[in-house]
Write a protein that binds this ligand. Structure first.
Ligand code: AHR
Length: 509
C-alpha cells in the first residue's frame, strides 16, 4: 500500500494579529502529596543524587529542562484534609496522619518549608492551595501569616525559628480544590463555597491586598453543576478574586484514537464557556475588572487504574504507586494540542498547571533508588515553554477536516504562533491530528519581512502507542524536520500524521 498524498494546509504569520503576551505561568505544573510525586519523586533522602535536603537533583535538572514556571502545592484532593502545621518544624515532632483523599499514610517528613526550598532550587514560583474542605478562614490566614510576613508575629517568627529567615513571598493562592466534586473532603454547594471563598479572600487581603487569588471553578466541564457553579461562586467572590480555575483530563476511550486527538476541542469550548460566564457576572455587576482563568489541572489521565492497585480497607501505604500513567506518542500529541489551546487563549488563560510533575500522571518518572527519565509528554511541554516567547499570534489556519463522533468535523491542523519583538524570532507550534495523512503546511510570512528557518522539529512515530521506558527513555524524542523549504513570500513544511511540530523562524540577515 502506498502512503497517502499530503493534504494542504495554510496559516498566516503577522505580528499585527496579536492575542496577548505569552504568560510564563502558562507553563506551570503541580506537586501533590499523592502516590510517589513527593516521596521518591522530588524528595528521597538517601538517594545517591539527593542533596543535603533530601531533594533529588536529577529530578531538579529535569524540572529545569522542562521549563516549568509555577508549581501548585500541596493538592489537589489531598489539601482538603491537610493541616499545614503538620509539615513544619523539627521532623521528629511531626505527626503521621491518614491521608483520606488517597487512602495513604502521610509521614509529613516533607512539608511547606521543604517545598519552598525545593522551588528555589528548581527555579520555579510556588503557588499555594489552602484547605477549604475541613478548614476555613482562620487556617488560611494563619498559613499566609506563616509564609509571607517577615517576622514579629507568632507564626512568622515560627517560620524564622524553623530556619526560613526570609518570607516565602507566595503571590498566587488557590482557595481550596475542586469544591464542586462530591469526592472532595468537605464538598460544598456553590452557595456554600462561594461564601467561604469570598470570606477567606477578604481576610487574606486584609494582610496583603496584592495577592493573586484563585476561586475553584468546575472540576470538569462535564460536571452537572458546570456553568451555574462558576456563576454562583463569582456572584459571591467577583470583587475579591482574580482567577477562576478550570480542570480537565483526557484519555482515549473505546479505541477512538481520532476522537482523542481532537481533545483540545473540548478544552477550547470549556475555556470559551467559562470566559462567557465570568463576563456575564461582570456585566451584571457592572464591574471594571475581568476574571481570568487559572487552568490549574490539565493533562491526559487514564482513569482506569485496576482496583487491585488502589489501597483500601486496612491498607494505608506510604507513597504507593498511584496514577503512574505511562504515556505514548498519541498522548504527547494531545498534550501538545492542549498547550496550543492554552496559548491561543492567552488573553484570558494567564496561568495553567500540568497535573502533575513527577510520577503521578507526570512528564518525569523516577525509580526509588534509581534514575529519572522523560515520558513522551515531556517533549511538547519543554519545547513550548522554551520557544514560546513574546506575543501570541492568531494564525487563522485552514486545513481539511475529519469526522469525529464527539466533536463533529474537526480541522486536522491545530496551530498557534508566537512572535518575540526583541529577538525578531517567530515560532509556529502545530499538530497534525490526522491518523494517516501528512499535511503540507504553507506559512505566509510576508508580514515578517525576510525570514529563514532557524530550527524545525517533529515529534512523531509510526506506532501511536510507542512509549518511552526507564531502559529506553529516548524512543520518542523530537527530531529535526528536514522537509522545510521557503521563498520570499513564505515557508512550507511537511507535518507527518499524528505529530507535534515546532518551526522557528529568524530574521534573515
Ligand atoms: O491530579 C489528580 C487529582 O485530580 C487531584 O488531586 C484532583 O484535584 C483532581 O481530581
Amino acid at each position: 500500500m502506498t502512503d497517502p498524498a499530503p493534504a494542504s494546509a495554510r496559516l498566516t504569520l503577522d505580528p499585527a494579529f496579536r492575542v496577548a503576551p505569552v504568560s510564563r505561568r502558562t507553563f506551570g505544573a503541580f506537586v501533590e502529596h499523592l502516590g510517589r510525586c513527593v516521596y521518591t519523586g522530588i524528595f528521597e533522602p538517601g538517594h545517591r543524587g539527593a542533596d543535603a535536603d533530601g531533594l533529588r537533583t536529577d529530578v531538579i535538572e529535569l524540572v529545569r529542562e522542562l521549563g516549568v514556571s509555577t508549581v501548585r502545592y500541596p493538592g489537589g484532593n489531598f489539601v482538603s484534609g491537610y493541616r499545614w502545621e503538620d509539615g513544619v518544624g523539627p521532623v521528629r515532632n511531626r505527626p503521621t496522619r491518614l491521608d483520606l483523599a488517597w487512602h495513604s499514610t502521610e509521614p509529613n517528613t516533607f512539608g511547606l518549608d521543604e517545598f519552598i526550598r525545593w522551588t528555589r532550587k528548581a527555579g520555579v514560583e510556588p503557588m499555594m492551595a489552602v484547605n477549604l474542605g475541613t478548614r476555613g478562614v482562620q487556617e488560611a490566614v494563619d498559613l499566609l501569616e506563616y509564609c509571607n510576613l517577615p517576622s514579629g508575629t507568632r507564626l512568622s517568627d515560627l517560620r524564622v525559628t524553623n530556619g526560613a529567615a526570609q518570607p516565602h513571598g507566595i503571590r498566587m493562592w488557590c482557595l481550596g480544590n475542586e469544591m464542586d466534586g462530591p469526592w472532595q473532603i468537605g464538598h460544598k454547594t456553590a452557595e456554600e463555597y462561594g461564601r467561604l471563598a469570598a470570606e477567606t479572600a477578604r481576610a487574606m487581603r486584609m494582610i496583603d491586598p496584592e495577592l493573586e487569588l484563585v476561586a475553584c471553578g468546575s472540576s470538569g466541564s462535564g460536571m452537572p453543576t458546570f456553568g451555574q457553579w462558576e456563576a454562583t461562586v463569582l456572584e459571591h467572590a467577583y470583587d475579591l478574586v482574580d482567577y477562576v480555575s478550570c480542570h480537565a483530563y483526557y484519555q482515549e476511550q473505546n479505541g477512538d484514537l481520532a476522537g482523542f486527538l481532537a481533545s483540545a476541542v473540548n478544552m477550547e469550548n470549556f475555556i470559551d464557556d467559562v470566559v462567557a460566564t465570568a463576563d456575564h457576572v461582570r456585566a451584571k455587576r457592572r464591574a471594571g475588572k475581568r476574571i481570568n482563568i487559572s487552568f490549574d489541572e490539565w493533562n491526559v489521565w487514564y482513569m482506569n487504574q485496576p482496583a487491585s492497585q488502589t489501597p483500601r480497607g486496612g491498607d494505608w501505604p506510604v507513597a504507593p504507586r498511584l496514577l503512574e500513567d505511562h504515556y505514548n506518542l498519541a498522548d504527547a500529541v494531545v498534550v501538545g494540542s492542549l498547550l496550543i489551546t492554552l496559548l491561543r487563549h492567552s488573553d484570558r488563560v494567564t496561568a495553567a498547571s500540568l497535573a502533575q510533575l513527577v510520577n503521578v500522571i507526570a512528564p518525569i518518572m523516577t525509580e526509588p533508588g534509581g534514575g529519572a527519565w522523560r515520558q513522551t509528554t515531556f517533549h511538547p511541554f519543554a519545547q513550548a515553554s522554551r520557544y514560546a516567547t513574546g506575543d501570541v499570534l492568531r494564525v487563522e489556519p485552514t486545513s481539511p477536516t475529519y469526522p469525529t463522533a464527539e466533536y463533529g468535523d474537526v480541522p486536522t491542523l491545530h496551530a498557534v504562533a508566537t512572535h518575540d519583538e526583541h529577538t525578531a524570532a517567530t515560532t509556529v507550534f502545530a499538530v497534525n491530528r490526522s491518523l494517516d495523512t501528512p499535511l503540507s503546511l504553507s506559512m505566509d510570512t510576508r508580514a515578517l519581512g525576510s525570514v529563514r528557518v532557524a530550527e524545525a522539529y517533529q515529534l512523531t512515530a509510526q506506532d501511536p502507542y510507542v512509549r518511552n521506558t526507564a531502559d529506553e527513555p529516548d524512543r520518542v524524542f523530537p527530531r529535526a524536520n528536514s522537509s522545510v523549504s521557503g521563498d520570499r513570500d513564505g515557508v512550507a513544511v511537511l507535518l507527518p500524521p499524528m505529530s507535534w511540530n515546532v518551526i522557528r523562524l529568524e530574521q534573515a540577515t
